[in-house]
Write a protein that binds this ligand. Structure first.
Ligand code: SF4
Length: 296
């Protein structure tokens, strides 16, 4: 790619990110959220998305505060409910790409039932799971993904129970797309997001995210020493569900990142709807407008 094209792409990506507007930035310095949104903006530009082509749905949390840092059409919903909002948006208008974001607290506690059915129904949504292993916005409480023994606000003697293995949980639901990146590698995340944008069903993309303020146990440097790219495994078959479940068991020593599992055969929810077969318009375009002013 020549330098002029690169500069043009960079300028477009920068325009998508609202970091330079007068909106107040509430994220801490060195938070992994900056890198995640940088990678997302790059992926959207590289896949030729214009602002009209996508909608972003945000949950409550530090990740949710990204809703005012991205120059896009955004919905900022209730805690744990982002996937139901995203599913609704995707069913109403299949001509736009729906991107949803939520943290580990919302995804694996308040919203875990929505996660189960979003994966099962294979809604056409790209979901970015910000996994920083704690509730950052509310000053560092343990989530269902905080490691055993870690001392957090609310559990000063250390978390007593084992965390959920997030990817094993999702793989157990027979998903169509599961990937993992980490916030210390923007280029790698960009490629994962590009793949997620192209996926027709529910793309679950976990980002192991640095939270330097409340999760000092696993910063980017900790992950950088441990992450391994699944593409370096010559014999790895990413359509093998059991191979994927096996590879995600280790979350301490050798942590695999990349596109870990894909099932291209699983149809997305909209494709399964008999009532929408052959439809050239979307439900949102079919809404009839009635002038009720005369009745009032
Ligand atoms: Fe980021 Fe953690 Fe600060 Fe939240 S508390 S903005 S996740 S560094």
């Amino acid at each position: 790619m020549d330098s002029k094209t690169l500069q043009e792409l960079e300028a477009k990506a920068k325009k998508l990110m609202g970091f330079e507007t007068d909106k107040k930035i509430t994220w801490c310095g060195n938070c992994g959220n900056y890198a995640i949104h940088n990678a997302l903006a790059r992926a959207l530009v590289l896949e030729n998305f214009e602002r009209k082509d996508f909608v972003m749905c945000f949950d409550v949390g530090c990740s949710g505060n990204g809703s005012d840092k991205f120059e896009a059409f955004t919905i900022h919903g209730l805690h744990g409910r982002v996937l139901s909002l995203a599913a609704g948006a995707a069913l109403a208008n299949s001509k736009v790409k729906v991107i949803a974001e939520a943290g580990d607290g919302a995804t694996f506690s308040e919203g875990v039932s929505h996660l189960v059915h979003a994966v099962r129904n294979n809604y056409p949504v790209m979901f970015i799971h910000h996994n920083n292993e704690n509730y950052g916005l509310t000053t560092g409480q343990a989530s269902a993904l905080t490691r055993c023994g870690v001392k957090m606000l609310g559990t000063p003697e250390g978390v007593m129970v084992e965390p959920i293995n997030s990817l094993d949980f999702v793989l157990g639901l027979k998903p169509s797309f599961v990937a993992r990146g980490f916030s210390g590698d923007v280029d790698h995340m960009t490629e994962l997001f590009r793949a997620g944008l192209k996926h027709k069903g529910f793309a679950f993309i976990e980002v192991l995210q640095a939270c330097p303020t409340y999760n000092r146990l696993t910063p980017d440097a900790w992950y950088a020493e441990r992450v391994r790219n699944v593409e370096d495994l010559k014999s790895y078959d990413r359509t093998d569900l059991w191979a994927a479940r096996k590879i995600v068991q280790d979350v301490d020593k050798e942590i695999y990142i990349g596109l870990l599992y894909e099932n291209p055969e699983k149809k997305d929810f909209v494709s399964l709807l008999k009532s929408r077969e052959g439809a050239v318009t979307t439900p949102v375009e079919e809404v009839k407008h009635y002038d009720v002013r005369g009745l009032i």
